[in-house]
Write a protein that binds this ligand. Sequence first.
Ligand SMILES: [Zn+2]
Length: 602
Amino acid sequence: MGGTRAPADDGGLASGIRWDLSDLYAGPDDPQIDADLDRALVDARAFEGRYRERVAALDAGELARAVSEYETLLEPVSRTAAYSDLLFAADTSAERNGALLQHVQERTTEIRTGLLFFELEWVALDADAVDALLGDPALARRRHYLSAMRRYRPHVLSEPEERILEETANTGPRAFGRFFDEFVSAIRFRVARDGETIELGEEEVLAQLYDPVRATRREAARALTDGLKTHARPLAFIFNTLVQHKAVEDRLRAFEAPMAARHLANEIDEPSVESLLSACVARYPLVARYYRLKARLLGLARLEDYDRYAPISAEPTQIPFDRARRIVLDAYGDFAPEMADVARQFFEASWIDAELRPGKRGGAFCASTVPSAHPYILLSYTGHLRDVMTIAHELGHGIHQTLARDQGLFEQNTPLTTAETASVFGEMLVFRRLMRDEPDPQVRLGLLCGKIEDAFATVFRQVAMTRFEQSLHEARRNQGELSIERTNQLWMDANRPMFGDSVQLSSDYAWWWLYIPHFVHSPFYCYAYAFGELLVLALLRCYDEQGDEWVPRYLDLLRAGGTEPPPVLLARLDLDITDPGFWDGGLALLADMVGEAEALAG
Ligand SMILES: [Zn+2]
C-alpha cells in the first residue's frame, strides 16, 4: 500500500516457529480428511440401525458398549474438526482454509444429525431406570458422562427441532463467528510513526499499549479506536445478531437467564458463580489502590486508560524465543519433572505456532484435538515477558490435556471453570522462579507489578466483562436491537466501578468491547478466568503448606480431566468451592501482593 509498510514481515523473534499439523493430516487436500468423514458417516448409519428406539431397552453392559462405539465413531470427526480449526486459525485470510472449515462443519452436521436420537433417548429415560443403570458396575467408567448429559433433560427439544437447529447453525451463529474472526484479522490499524503511517494488525497494535513511551501508547490507543470506529457498524451487527440468536435459543430451550446455559455447561450452580462475582466486585477498591501506586511509580498525577499496561521498569532487552523456552521448562521442571517432560515435547515436535504472520488469529490458545493425537498451541511471540507467561499459560493447558488424554474423547476436557487451572498455575510457577532468581529490588518490583496486573486482568477485568455481558444480554432482550452508543454506555458502566477514580476512561475507551472474541464465540466464558485464578491461588497455598508431597495430588487432579464435576474433583484436594467464603482466600492473597508492591516502592 502506498506510503505504508507492513512491520514484522520476518515473523519477529519467533521466526520459523510454526506448528507441524501433519500428525493430524498431510494438508488441506489430504484425501484422508474426506475418507475419515465418509467412514464416520457409514459407522453413524450402522450405529443408528443398531440403537435407534432401543436405548431404553439396553442393559448396563449393552449401554456401556454403545457409548464406546459412539465415542470411537466420533473420534475421526473430531480430528477433522480440530484440523480445519487449526488451519483456519493459522491463516484466516486464505479462502481455502475457510472453505475447508465450512466443508467439515457441514459434513459433521450430516453425521451428527443422524446420531441425535442417542442422547435424546437417553435423556428421555425416567429417573428410576437411569438410577438402576448407573448403579451397575458395568457403567462405572461412563457414570459421569451419562449423568452429566441428563442435566439437559429440561432443555432438549424434539429430534426434528434439534436437527433444524444443528443444520442452520452453519449458516447462522457459526457463520457469524467465523465472519467476526476473518473481519477482525483483516482490519489494519493505521499508526503514525516517525512521519510515516504504518499499518498494524490487532495483535501488534494491542502490543503497543505495553510500550514504555507514553506517546506510543497514546497513538496505539487512538489507532485502535479509529479502526474499531471505522468498522463499528458491521462488528456491532455481528454482536446484535449473536446476542439475539442466544435469546431465541435460550427461549426455545427454556433457559430462564442468559447465563444459565453456561452454568450448566460449567457444571456449577448460579449461587456459586454469583458468590464468586460479588466477592470480586467487593474487592474492586483494590484495583484503584494498585493503579494509584502505579501512577506514582510512573510519575503521573493520574493514569489515562492507555497507561494501564505501561511497564513499571522498562524491560532491558527482548527475550529470544529459546530463552523463553528455557525459563518455562525450568520452572515446570522445578515443580514436577514429569510436567517439564510433557512440555518439552511441544517444542521438540513442533506443536507450537509462535511466529507473527499476517492473517493469523489473534490471542493465544491450546487446542486439545483428539486423544489419538496431541494438543497444539498458537500464540504470537513478540519477545516480552508477558509472552513468556503466555507460553507458560498455554503449556499448562497442553500438559493438562496430555495428562487427561487417557480419559477419552468425552472426558479428556474439563468444563471451562477448571480448564484454566493448570494454565494459571504454570504462570505462577514461572513468576515465582523469576522472583526467586532476581536480586535487584527495582526489577523485582517490575516483576511483581506485572504479576499483579496479570492477576487483575484475569480476575477483575473478567468480572467487569461478565457484568457487561449480563447487561448486554438483558438490554437486548428488553429493549430490542442495541445502538452502538447504547452498547458503549453499557461497556463503560461495567468498567467504571472497577477503576473508581484511579484511571481516566476516555470516550475512546467506550468502543473497546468491539474486538473481544469471547463475547462472540463463547458468551459468559469470562468468569471462568476469575474462577481459575482464585482457585490457583488456593492451590498454591496448599502447595506452600504441604510441599512436594502435595505435587502428586495435583497431578492426579489434572489426570482426572473432566471425569467428575469440579466441586467433586476439588474436594479430593480438600477444597470446598461451594463455600461462599472460598473466593476471598485468593482475593486476600492479591491484596497481600499489592501491599508487597507498596512496600517495595517505599
Ligand atoms: Zn487459558
